[in-house]
Every structure is written in C-alpha cells, then in structure tokens.
Design a binder for this molecule. Sequence first.
Ligand code: NAD
Length: 505
Amino acid sequence: MESATVQEEIAVQNPATGETITSIPVDSAESVAATVARIRANQPAWEALGFKGRREWLNKLRDWLLDNADRVADTLQSETGKVRAEATIETPYLADQINFYGSKAGKFLGEQKVRPNSALSASRKLRLRYSPYPVVGLISPWNFPLVLSLGDAIPALMAGASVVMKPSEVTPLGLSEIVKAWQDEIGGPDVLAVVNGGAETATALIDNSDFVGFTGSDVTGKKVMARAAETLTPVSLELGGKDPMVVLEGANMERAANAAAWGGMLNSGQMCISVERIYVEDGAYEDFVRRLKEKVEVLSQGADGEVVACDVGAMTMESQLVKVETQVDEAIAGGATALTGGKRGEGPGQFYEPTVLIDVEPGMSVLEDETFGPVVTVTRVADENEAIFRANDTRYGLSASVFGPRGRAEKAARRIEAGAVNVNDMIFNMLAPSLPMGGWKESGIGYRNGEYGIQKYCRSSAIVSPRMLTKNEPLWYPYTPSRRELVGKLTNFIGGRGKRRFGKK
Ligand code: NAD
C-alpha cells in the first residue's frame, strides 16, 4: 500500500530564547507553479485599475500596517530575535514606500514624449511607455523580513505587476501574517502571495516568474542569476557588503564614534550596509579607538521585552553565529586584539558580544569576507589616500561612510567605489526612497528605490508614428538611383557638420 505523502515542514524558532514558535508547510515546485498561475490570471485586472486604483489599495495596506504595527513587531521580534526598537522600524519604512511610489509612480511610468535628436527623427512622434512584467518573484533574506520583501513588492504592485514573495525559511511569519491580512482583512485583489521553503521553492519561483528580485548573499545571488539565465528571465540582485568607514583627521570624533558604534552593531550587525571595516587617519586613531571602545562596551544585549530595553539583540541564525565566531577567533589567533567583546554572549538564545577588533591584517577573513555580525575592525592608516585605497580594496561595493572636515570628506566620498556613500552620516540613504540604492562589484546588479526601483519591474516600448502620412517614404522601395542619390544627400545633411552637410570635404 502506498503511504500518504507527508508535506515537509519548517520549524521556526525564536533566536533570543531558543524556543520553537511554530512549524509551517513548505511549498513544493508544483504548489509554487499553481500560486504563480493563480495570481498571473488576476494581474491584467490589477493593471487595468491604473495608478490611482492601485494606490487606493496600497493606501489601505499602509493604514493596516500602521494600525497593526505592534502586532507585526511582536511577530518579527519573535522570529528574528531583534530588540524592540529594531523590530518596530519596518512598518514605518513600508508606509513611506507606499507614500513615495503611490505619489510618484505616474511620473516614473507614465507615457513620455521623447525629444528627437535629429531632423530625421523629428519627422516622427516618439513616445516611450512602460508595461509591467506580469509576475514578479521576490526572494528575500531574514535580516529585515518585511523591508526586503514587501518593501520591493510595493513598487512592483504600483507598476501593475502581480507579486509572489518567498521569504527566508528562517523568518517567514511576519510576511505571511501581512499577506493574510491583505486577503482576509483588507480584501485586496489576489495579486500578492507568499510561498514558503528554501532553495527548491525559490528555484521554482525563478522558473515561473517574469522578473526576479533577489536579496541575499553573493553566493546565492550567483545561483539565482545562473538559473534565471536558463529562461532569460531578468534579475536584480541586492547582495552582501563589507562596508568601509573612513575617519579623517579633524572629524567630529564624538559623532564619528557614535556613528561607528550604531552602524556596526545595529540589528546585531546583520545588515548588508552595516559598518564592518573602519580606516582611521594616523592623527585621529588613538582618540577614535578610545571613544569607540567606550561606546560599544556599554551596549546592553539580550532578549528585549516590555520590561528590559536592550541595545543589541540575538543573531538570527546559528550558522551565522558560528561564522562570526570563526572569523573573530581566526583574527585573534593571527594577532588581532578584541578591545571589547570577541566571544559568544550568554544564552539560552544565540548571542555574539558587540566586538571591536584592532591589529587586523589584510588576508584575514574578518577583513576580506562579509561578517554580518556585531563586529567592527579598526585599522590605522597613514593618510587619506591609503584609507581610500584600503576601503576600495574589496570585491564588495555596497555602501560606505566618510567622516571628516566637510570639504575633505565630500571629496573623499567621491573616490569610494560603492553604491552609496554617507558623508558625516550613517546608513541614512536607506531612509530616502527617492535615492536609488544598489551595489557595485559583487554587491549586486540593479537598484531598489528611486525611479529605477519601479522602472525595473517594467518592459519599455517605443511607440513611433509619422507626423505626416505620405504615400511612400524615401527609405522604402523601390531602390532607384534617383532615390539613392536623394537619401545620400539627406543623410549627409543630417549626419554631417559644416561643409560635409552639403557633400563637400
Ligand atoms: P541567502 O543568500 O542565504 O538566502 C537568501 C534567500 O535565498 C533565502 O530566501 C533563501 O531561501 C534563498 N535561497 C537559498 N538557496 C537558493 C537558491 N539556490 N536559489 C534561489 N534562492 C535560494 O542569504 P541570507 O543568509 O538569507 O541573508 C544574508 C545575506 O543577504 C547577506 O549576504 C546580506 O548582506 C544580504 N543582504 C543584502 C541586502 C541588500 O540590499 N544588498 C539586504 C539584506 C541582506
């Protein structure tokens, strides 16, 4: 007798307490295909609603998110182990995205008249229009379970696409809760869905989508691109980083040290754009290091609740905790010093102590590979040139920061090879949806936010029509000698400059 098929399940844990919260079923490849087919069928009606109609629905989602911010934060906190302050920043970010793309989508995607560049193209009306990919598949990581999934779904939905999201199998609960509310409480059109699982589920989503937006590690990003290449499906890849911070002599040292402590430890360092490498000019080094150590060693860490207010939360994944531990242990074994931290925090949850490392050397994995934990390295450099050289000496190029006297810092910022550079500031570009954000080098392909952050979900079509309807055109048949002569004269006149316009040399 055949045994009944048992559906695979994923256990979701609270990393701050070690407790299992619940288990969720995994979507098979067939189930992903069925979900995509269902929402694909609903996409044309969604597109037909127009910008105004779609904005009305997304405004309802925004209101729901704001009204239920605490409920959502509870779920996020339990599945990520974040501290409360960090679990509550995702819903306002989403509200901002809805407001931004709700008001700008028409401008970014509306049909545009295009100016002709020559007398030849001036004979035609030139227009550009955008049509959404019917199904956008989004694959996302666990560090910001909503910002990096629903945050990208918002522009796609505003563009008129339907969206299927596959959250990280480690943190699937918050997103599923919102999509359920979209269906059951808001009554939104069935154009937004979630599928759950790991690599197999994600691969099925790539195979069935018309555009894939991926956020995650560079290792997985390369697999996503390779898979999408099989069906020539376009991708955008938002990948890892190894963000440098440059501190120049004359910087506001207190601000720089506070920024480094926050930028390095925020979300337990589990941010693609967290500070990982700090390069300080010789004359500022001692002062900066002393201040940074003081600020990091007083940070409180633990399972944050209503009574306790902690600064630094848990590490969401055990494997990530081991990676951080290995990098730091190797660095210390190689001669580095932990001024504070440098080891696991106390359990029962998964914690790593906020850590400041000095005396690190090129070649150490803590300087070469993404750490993605509450660890910063500080390196003394001779001058600005060395700081910039070292900051750029990496395969990553996501974002960076420069602290120093305004003029020098602004100039130095323009020499850094990264998708965003904050000057005397930290991570602020993420809070400005009008600015595109994307990685250079192996930190990614494409951008989120800004104009491109919505245009990428569309195909463009050039619409061309003649200003005057004549019976025939000089370029068309028949190819007679007199026509050839006429075309030759015309092309010289249009393409040539000076005497050559009139066939003279
Ligand atoms: P990950 O690459 O391990 O997983 C990301 C997603 O890919 C998950 O949903 C996972 O299930 C899925 N996946 C796994 N195998 C796959 C496969 N073969 N094909 C398709 N999808 C597959 O990353 P993670 O550990 O979840 O997240 C941490 C990484 O994300 C870090 O490198 C971090 O820098 C990066 N990140 C980048 C940004 C950005 O905007 N650039 C933002 C946040 C995180």
